[in-house]
Design a protein around this ligand. Sequence first.
Ligand code: HAS
Length: 543
Amino acid sequence: FVDKKDGKLALAYIYVAFIAVFLGGTAGLLQVLVRSGKFELPSFLNYYQVLTVHGVLLGLVLTTFFIMGFQTAAVSRTSGTFTNKQRTIGWVGFWLATIGLVAAAAMVLTNQASVLYTFYAPLKAHWVFYLGLALVVVGSWITGLAQAMRFVQWRKEHKGQSTPLLSFMAVVNNLLWFIATLGVAIEVLFQLIPWSMGLVERVDVLLSRTLFWYFGHALVYFWLLPAYMVWYVVIPKVIGGKIFSESLAKLAFMLFLILSVPVGLHHQFTEPGIDPLWKFIQTVLTFFVVVPSLMTAFSMFATFEMRGRELGAKGVFGWFKKLPWSDSRFLLPFIGMVAFIPGGAGGIVNASYQMNELVHNTIWVTGHFHLTVATAVALTFFGTAFWLIPHLNGRKLTKRANSMANCAGILWAIGMTIMSSAMHLAGLLGAPRRSAYSEYGGSEQAAEWISYQITQAIGGSILFIAILVITGLIIYLGFFAPKGEEEFPVAEVAPGAEKVPAALENFKLWGIIMIAVIIFAYTIPIIDIINNSPVGSKGFKLW
Ligand code: HAS
């Protein structure tokens, strides 16, 4: 069980996350309607403001707040109740993040920060927006620190034993988050805030974008890893099985730790000012970071098959029939896994340097991340919240709520298949991302995109209905569901799985490798950018 007091902290984070889901989802509906050409925004809203609300609330707020809540609960469940000091630190983080969120939201809502969730220069926001986001990040560091402290305490109390898998994974994710956010922290503190306060006249746009993407791709794995925590540890228990291999899971997470950051240049293939050699090197590293996802796919199939055979399944795919299809704790994450197959394949297309030329800045990329973060990750988070909230507040996920959750998952699958397929196809026809409806002066090519945009609006509207169901469920499970006990499922490792090698528990070793790979991948590109920068003192050279 998660201790009640720790549960309150986790719940506080999770409730903020779901307010973001509702508001961000509403902004998403406005997006698809505007892009269909059949609807105009009221005059007090502009397209980029709504797009910023959508991206910031769903890409940054839902994710960071849910992850902090889930990981707090996960560490408390598997490493033990937080000490008062650890819990207080956790709450300090929560309040800092929440104050930051309110400040940043106020700027976006008053149209002083319509700079999208990527917010790099040359788009400029009010400095309060940047400060607000910085507080969200610092808040998450502090709550992450509380989780790490509880984990370290467990290690001290259980010397020589292999650490609880879920806590181990949460700590790896916090470490990854900390190192990744250093890039964006430098960008915000030394470039964006002084620039938006008027203290400096110009900032180097290329440096700003490079620092952002140093953080920006690791950000996607910070989102993904908690979903993987559920897939590796919770799902096997829900289906009545065991974890295929703890060592494989820990190795996959350590590989993410060392490979998630030094791949940011794959977002900048089309950007002048970065030597193609370094873009190529980071392409290769990107292909390495695909490996732990392939390991995860292998492990999931193995888990399903082992359980299926236990239940008497025959043949290559017999296990498929033995899975608990009516259990929302399984179904929603499973839909997420299925979506991640085309989502991941699309990522490999994006990463393939030359092929990126075709899809970059088209709505194909939007299709890619709606399959990855907005389905694989989001549906796993929703399916988790539906049992985690009642677990934390002493209520029950009733049969009817479970059926509603399944309906939401199926609606999501239908809506997202329609919307994201239309996005991928329109992207291949050249339709740009991040743009409101336009006929581009009657261009024939632009005319081809319109039917896809209408299709996106149909898919997006179905997704919005799912969001209404999800919001209703969260309110019900949070405040009205019958009192009772709901399990926090944590699976055991399969008998016969090998013991975890000590090297996999050695954070120092993996931390050093991580820093070394980052230094290797980024030092020369950053020196080049600074040396060639048109901004700053003339003739200044770092090297
Ligand atoms: Fe990505 C752009 C490359 C994964 C999110 N990505 C984005 C953006 C976002 C995003 C938000 O190289 C847009 C950023 C912006 O605003 O500009 N991405 C990749 C690659 C991967 C990848 C190589 N992305 C993700 C994940 C995300 C995410 C995960 C969020 C959570 N992405 C790119 C690139 C760009 C990009 C370029 C820049 C594009 C541009 O030009 O701007 C890989 O990590 C993917 C590996 C995944 C797999 C799939 C494994 C499958 C599994 C499921 C198993 C299923 C089971 C069920 C067991 C290889 C684990 C089976 C059951 C059955 C019945 C079949």
